[in-house]
Ligand binder design. Sequence first.
Ligand SMILES: Nc1nc2c(c(=O)[nH]1)N[C@H]1C(S)=C(S)[C@@H](COP(=O)(O)OP(=O)(O)OC[C@H]3O[C@@H](n4cnc5c(N)ncnc54)[C@H](O)[C@@H]3O)O[C@H]1N2
Ligand code: MOO
Length: 392
Amino acid sequence: MIGVQEAKEIIRARIEPLAAREVRLDDAWGCMLAEDCAADGDFPPFDQAAVDGYAFRFADIASGALRLAGAVAAGSRLPRVLEAQTAVRIFTGAPMPAQADTVVMQELAKVADGQLVIDDRQLQQRGNVRPQGSDIQEGTVAMQQGTVLSPAAIGFLAGIGRSAVVAVPRPRVCIIVTGNELAKPGQPLQHGQVYESNSYALRAALQQLQVAEVVVRYVGDDLSQTTEQLDEALQSADVVLVSGGISVGDYDYVNRALKQCEVEKQFYKVRQKPGKPLYFGTKGQKPVFGLPGNPASVLVCFYEYVVPALELLTQRRLMPEPLQLAIASQGQKKPGLTHFLKGYFNENDVQVLSAQESYRLRSFAVSNCLVCLPEAMESFNQGMVVQVQPLP
Ligand SMILES: Nc1nc2c(c(=O)[nH]1)N[C@H]1C(S)=C(S)[C@@H](COP(=O)(O)OP(=O)(O)OC[C@H]3O[C@@H](n4cnc5c(N)ncnc54)[C@H](O)[C@@H]3O)O[C@H]1N2
Ligand code: MOO
């Protein structure tokens, strides 16, 4: 059995960032750009009217009245040339006619007897025009490698005509839920059954981090079923999480299925509570976690080991920074295992919650952090400073 730090170091050493690939813009939100994106043209692609009003040549105002001659709507594809001493009706986003260089807002102008009367003292040449290339010019870097694509970044890239980018993709995570005793929430329970909750907690935790695409598969306590589902998951997912079946019981088939699927064991069992029978292996580059099935063990192992793995795969920081805080109560602890306790912290201290057993989520459900008590510790006193991992 290995210690927590050693387990974390093995994960750090074995996981490589996901290879960048072409990602459709529709799927690229939250992904990290792996290329500099240069603009293929000028944007805006032509001089545009910035308001609804009238376009004309500024110099013509000095030479007398402007006659209204036609209109240009947004989307108009017919190139137009402005004749001398004329103005055209124009609308926001419409292409400026050649020769026109200024737009007056319709609220500050009127047309009388076919002639434009301007009442805008502030108006200057090129006023109310968005010049071609004023947002970005052809060949310039629109967005740099390493940028995490926000909704606005996705919109910006779409606006310069990109439909795909080379990016570190969102990992596809497959959760395999094992257990004959599991019933779906919402269905009546038979004797001996419990409600299946691990896939719900894991899916929600992954949704909250917004880094992964999640698929859930269910298997009974059966070696061939487990092997078959694991095999398919290894082919379609970037990360495989198995819930339960990793301990030493007669119906715990996950270890054998992992061997049959030629997953290379990197470690099994960690000196920690909860989650002692945690398994980590790799198939090629793909990480596989066997998460001990007790609901609190699954989630503790997710936050302590799977999230760091996702951070390595996606090259993004996902967990909040750990804190050092004074503990608000005293208590005992068995030496020889690192304990991860469900806690609640505020700016002053951290409270260790009751109901720490790994079969129950009651305290976890209202906690905001995990309190990490080191292996050698035997007891803790009020005021002792401990490491606290805030939950996302
Ligand atoms: N002889 C030993 N027995 C056990 C040991 C041990 O070292 N020696 N370790 C214990 C520890 S610690 C844990 S944690 C569990 C881990 O066991 P498994 O990973 O094989 O998990 P299961 O046996 O399948 O389930 C454990 C427990 O959790 C419930 N469970 C499982 N899946 C779900 C789910 N999706 N939703 C809700 N609840 C679930 C399951 O019904 C069991 O009660 O092993 C101990 N035993
Ligand atoms: O470690 Mo198990 O996770 O105690 O229940």
